[in-house]
Design a protein around this ligand. Structure first.
Ligand code: ADP
Ligand code: MG
Length: 335
């Protein structure tokens, strides 16, 4: 008879890592979101070899107290929620307390952090869990090296450096678009790719999507009951051959949601050919109680309580902006 036994913490975390840590970009997402949740005003990302060799994120946020560093690496340990009620009103990007445990189980990880008010920083090694004094002015540095060094089966699924880098760049853009007030820098193999000062939403959009997008887009600003939509949507003249310039955020969280995509797409019916796609950066805000972000570990999907009302609201908001700009009356273009 096979004997039932408990799996080791490391193995449990390595299994869980399959969900949370799909590729370097997913590590970057988790670590960047943690920096944002920590109230960082400046975040610096250094990638090596598409993030496979190294992802290093430094922030100037609240830091982690020495006595909590080991806990931060434990599974189901978080400072962000305590009760079911908190879960239903979650206002932070993270809340599961899973990411650092998963990352540390599949990469050489260290966290150096100086909590607000502490006299110096401490560094914890992700595998030994040993603490040592360290030097850091403020905030936290998370260093994730050699992703999947101990899980060769996963390593085989990594794509080329260029592909993994492209995914990291996408992820960086998403977080940067939704946090224009945070200064953000990204470098790859020692070369600075993005240097984004804290700015207005419009300036951040221009920096990441290009000035020509902003010039050929209309500002969206609509409120209806508990829903509000803001951002920029392209006029038909700026349509694209692919969906590569579509960014939708719900309560600051990047989502890829069929309902929302469809609502926008429908607003462009009659003014955009089927094979052309609008470009947009849109932010939907609603009471966190009206949306469930707990659907998927990577949290890219959401579920709305009033999905029909959300669809209608987004559709009409975009439709109105296009109509006011005159685009609504334009005949379908043939180019
Ligand atoms: P979650 O973000 O879901 O809470 P994580 O595993 O990502 O789970 O992080 C665990 C905890 O570690 C967080 O709740 C937070 O208290 C702390 N933490 C992680 N990264 C940072 C950071 N950059 N600055 C301050 N605290 C952090
Ligand atoms: Mg987190």
């Amino acid at each position: 008879m096979p004997v039932i036994h408990r799996l080791s913490d490391l193995l449990v975390n390595q299994i869980a890592a399959g969900e949370v840590v799909e590729r370097p970009a997913s590590v970057l997402k988790e670590v960047l979101e943690n920096a944002v949740d920590a109230g960082a005003r400046a975040i610096e990302v250094q990638l090596e070899q598409g993030g496979v060799r190294r992802i290093r994120v430094a922030d100037d946020g609240c830091g982690i107290a020495r006595d909590e560093l080991a806990l931060a690496l434990e599974r189901h340990a978080t400072s962000k929620i305590s009760t079911l009620d908190d879960l239903e009103h979650v206002g932070t990007m993270g809340f599961r307390g899973e990411a650092l445990a998963a990352i540390a189980a599949v990469a050489r990880t260290s966290i150096t952090s100086r909590a607000t008010g502490a006299s110096h920083a401490w560094c914890i090694d992700g595998s030994e869990r040993s603490l040592s004094p360290a030097a850091l002015n403020q905030g936290t540095v998370v260093d994730v090296a050699d992703l999947y060094y101990n899980t060769p089966a996963r390593r085989k699924f990594l794509k080329t450096e260029a592909t993994e880098y492209a995914h990291c760049d996408d992820m960086f853009r998403r977080i940067a678009l939704s946090h224009p007030d945070v200064g953000m820098q990204l470098s790859h193999n020692g070369r600075v790719i993005h240097r984004l000062p804290p700015s207005t939403p419009a300036a951040r959009v221009a920096a990441l999507m290009g000035d020509d997008f902003l010039q050929q887009a209309r500002e969206v600003s609509a409120v209806g009951g508990i829903l509000s939509l803001s951002g920029f949507a392209s006029l038909p003249a700026y349509s694209r051959a692919s969906r590569d310039a579509q960014f939708f955020f719900v309560n600051g969280r990047y989502v890829r949601d069929k309902l929302l995509t469809h609502a926008v797409r429908q607003a462009y019916t009659d003014i955009l050919h089927g094979n052309r796609h609008p470009a947009y950066v849109l932010f939907l805000e609603l009471d966190p109680a009206g949306v469930d972000v707990n659907v998927h570990p990577a949290k890219i999907e959401v579920r709305f309580r009033e999905s029909r009302a959300v669809h209608q609201f987004v559709f009409h908001a975009i439709r109105r902006v296009l109509a006011e700009s005159g685009a609504g009356r334009t005949e379908p273009q043939t180019s």
